[in-house]
Design a protein around this ligand. Structure first.
Ligand code: PGA
Length: 219
């Protein structure tokens, strides 16, 4: 059985109380399966809460941040750097299209973010919008997320996602490629069953713990 990554991207959602409620629901539903690595990417403000809940309840989840500073520690007001993230999380999403669009993140900035994250020992999940998006060296996992599919309810076809994943693997020697964009419990398997897709990055559907538990089961 191939290794699958199921990544929840909560985006800018949930208070700490809501995060606790999410875990109250999923702790009972969750039945971990050894070939599935589950990574919860919350806002920075929730990382400590999520870390303490997952440790206390011994849940088989790893944690991720949704962004990181392109700089080292120091005089960068408002930034959260890789060393700070590493206290709580093992993974970081870099290059999400929402950050490229709303926060004007360029290839150059994203490359610096990847360098900083790797220096701090974080596993990088790097988002690309298609097979032509630049991918910095040393990225661990790539997530193919076509913009039209994000939050639209209109996913890419599994066949096209598989072809793009194959091209990314061939061109950039990347081992793992995930698909993201309108993934839910009803369509997750149509992606994960294909040869070159090693998991999913789930936005909206990860906010509901029952739906996310079904995604894990069905993947
Ligand atoms: P979506 O978002 O699952 O809500 O389409 C995916 C993402 O943006 O990572």
């Amino acid at each position: 059985m191939k290794q699958l990554f199921i990544v929840a991207n909560w985006k800018s959602n949930k208070t700490s109380l809501e995060a606790k409620e999410w875990f109250d629901t999923i702790s009972h539903l969750q039945n971990p399966i050894s070939n599935k690595q589950i990574i919860i990417c919350s806002s920075f403000t929730l990382l400590q809460t999520v870390q303490s809940i997952t440790k206390q309840r011994q849940l088989p989840f790893e944690l991720g941040a949704q962004d990181t500073s392109p700089f080292d520690k120091g005089a960068y007001t408002g930034e959260i750097n890789g060393i700070q993230i590493k206290e709580f999380a093992s993974h970081v999403i870099i290059g999400h299209s929402e950050r490229r669009k709303n926060f004007h993140e360029t290839d150059d900035v994203l490359q610096k973010k990847v360098e900083q994250a790797k220096k701090c020992g974080l596993t990088v999940i790097f988002c690309v919008q298609d097979e032509t998006t630049a991918i910095p060296d040393n990225v661990d996992i790539v997530a193919y997320e076509p913009i039209f599919a994000i939050g639209s309810g209109k996913p890419d076809t599994p066949e096209n996602a598989n072809e793009v994943a194959q091209k990314i693997k061939e061109n950039k020697s990347i081992q793992y490629v995930l698909y993201g964009g309108s993934v839910g419990s009803e369509n997750v398997h149509s992606f994960t069953m294909l040869e070159h897709i090693d998991g999913v990055l789930v936005g909206g559907a990860s906010l509901d713990p029952e739906e996310f538990a079904k995604i894990i089961d069905n993947a």
